[in-house]
Ligand binder design. Structure first.
Ligand code: NAI
Ligand code: A1CAB
Length: 267
């Protein structure tokens, strides 16, 4: 596989770190292009990846191209690379709201297009990526794409119309979790816990709690009940969360994210 990455920002770099750290690809099989030369040079220095001087140089060197620029930049990049693409090149977009149909309208419906929604934990190989394929992607190619996505975490195929809500429950979720963790640490600090210790304690507890769901396969409500003693500390905390409309606020957050993704949609 010759992987090309156009856009070496937060998410492009997270994927790059993931595929290299997991040894899925060696740096010699990865080419990077970004308008910001400093970012490219930094990656060349750090990971020894190849750099392309232009988008089209990258296209010539790659058989899978990850489009990791902001959604409004996607059509600009597609216009530039359109004439250099061949029918076997796979375009893998990670852009929020950009549909397969929109990409096909820009480069032709005979091309191979994959729409994904990853998240930043890809850089520590704990990413979660949703994927939808256009009809030109063959079964063998789907397997290769899953291997690529699984090299930096886990992946799941979903109906393309679910990408908006998926963004609300996964693509954007790390940010809500970080805010939750920061707020928990503030609570700890308020009660005298040193902040750095609080972050370590909370991050491990969040990690362990998530692992419990994945490994025990118990319903989250049951796992919650196992922590909650009658008249105890946990129910006092849960009551405060319910009084603060915690669940309702979280549901609204997912809805707001989903609505925003629909609003940004380029179909
Ligand atoms: N940051 C995140 O957690 C996630 C982001 N995404 C998607 O990933 C895409 C990138 O987002 P971020 O990495 O956060 O943005 P970013 O702003 O960190 O990175 C974008 C990169 O594109 C480069 N760029 C701008 N114009 C360019 C052009 N014409 N040609 C080549 N490179 C160009 C910029 O220099 C920058 O390095 C977006 O479409 C976003 O919807 C998807 C899932 C999660
Ligand atoms: O905030 C955004 O638009 C991007 C998409 C998912 C996560 N970050």
């Amino acid at each position: 596989m010759e992987l090309g990455i156009i856009g070496a920002g937060n998410m492009g770099c997270s994927i790059l770190k993931g595929v290299i750290t997991s040894n899925f690809l060696v740096s010699n099989n990865i080419t990077v292009f970004d308008l910001n030369q400093e970012k490219v040079e930094k990656l060349v220095k750090e990971y020894d990846v190849k750099k392309a001087k232009t988008e089209n140089e990258l296209v010539e060197k790659s058989n899978i191209i990850i489009l990791s620029v902001k959604p409004n930049i996607v059509p600009i990049v597609l216009k530039k690379i359109k004439d250099k693409l061949n029918k076997n090149t796979i375009i893998l977009s990670i852009a929020a709201g950009i549909s397969i149909n929109f990409i096909e309208k820009n480069i032709g419906s005979d091309k191979k297009v994959v729409r994904t929604m990853p998240n930043t934990p890809a850089q520590v190989m704990e990413g979660m990526t949703a994927v939808s394929f256009n009809p030109n992607i063959e079964e063998t190619e789907k397997k290769i794409i899953f291997k690529l996505l699984d090299s930096f975490g886990k992946s799941i195929e979903i109906e393309e119309k679910l990408m908006h809500v998926y963004t609300g429950i996964s693509g954007s979720l790390p940010a809500y979790v970080y805010v939750f963790i920061e707020a928990l640490a503030d609570g700890g600090v308020l009660e005298g816990m040193p902040r750095e210790k609080a972050y370590k304690i909370i991050a491990q507890t969040v990690l362990g709690s998530a692992k419990m769901i994945l490994e025990t396969k118990k319903h989250p409500g049951i796992l919650k009940d196992e922590v909650t003693s009658p008249g105890g500390t946990t129910i006092a905390a849960l009551k405060a969360l319910e009084d603060g409309k915690f669940r309702g606020t979280v549901i609204q957050a997912v809805k707001a994210c989903t609505e925003k993704s629909k609003e940004m949609a380029q179909e």
